[in-house]
Design a protein around this ligand. Structure first.
Ligand code: OAA
Length: 166
């Protein structure tokens, strides 16, 4: 897609910001991965300290989508590591936003995807397979629905009800 700037998107879509059709997430995310800017349709996932569903999702074709993982902001383990970052890249995901932690930061920073997460943590998560796919999630202070569009760059992260013409 064409290059964009979230700041310009905000300026150009003030009415959508006012209506809530366009929302800026709270500025609580750290930037990882090779792609500082990325956008695409959202796939949602809600898990807690368990990343079996994350792997399952990233094993499917990304087709330019963004995986938004609500990990309940847990600071006790990582939901995505270097292997999953590589898997995401290989399967055509453009980005991963984690309301929680990642690990293997140096490996993830080498992957050709965009990643946002609250922090890094060296411990892996449980492998129980609990969680929900496609549900609405609370991430960055906003309610995010599966199928909405995400726009991330160095300035922040926007979620839009529909695809924006940029
Ligand atoms: O398997 C995990 O829990 C995550 C991980 O470390 C990786 O993706 O490399």
């Amino acid at each position: 897609m064409s290059s964009f700037s979230t700041a310009e998107v905000c300026d150009a879509h003030a009415s959508h910001l006012a209506s809530g059709d366009l929302r800026a997430l709270q500025p609580i995310f750290k930037i990882y991965g090779q792609c500082r800017a990325f956008s695409g349709p959202i796939v949602t996932l809600k898990v807690f300290e368990d990343n079996v569903l994350v792997r399952e999702q990233l094993e499917s074709k990304g087709e330019g989508r963004v995986l938004v993982i609500d990990g309940g902001a847990s600071m006790r383990c990582a939901l995505v590591g270097g292997n999953l970052g590589q898997l995401a890249q290989n399967n055509g995901w453009v980005g991963i936003v984690v309301n929680g932690c990642i690990r293997d930061v140096d490996e993830i920073n080498g992957c050709d995807i965009g990643v946002r997460a609250l922090a890094s943590h060296p411990q892996k998560s449980y492998k129980r397979g609990n969680g929900e796919k496609g549900v609405s999630v609370h991430v960055g202070g906003m309610l995010i629905h599966d199928g909405e569009w995400l726009y991330a760059d160095s300035d922040g992260i926007l979620v839009s009800k529909t695809e924006l013409s940029l």
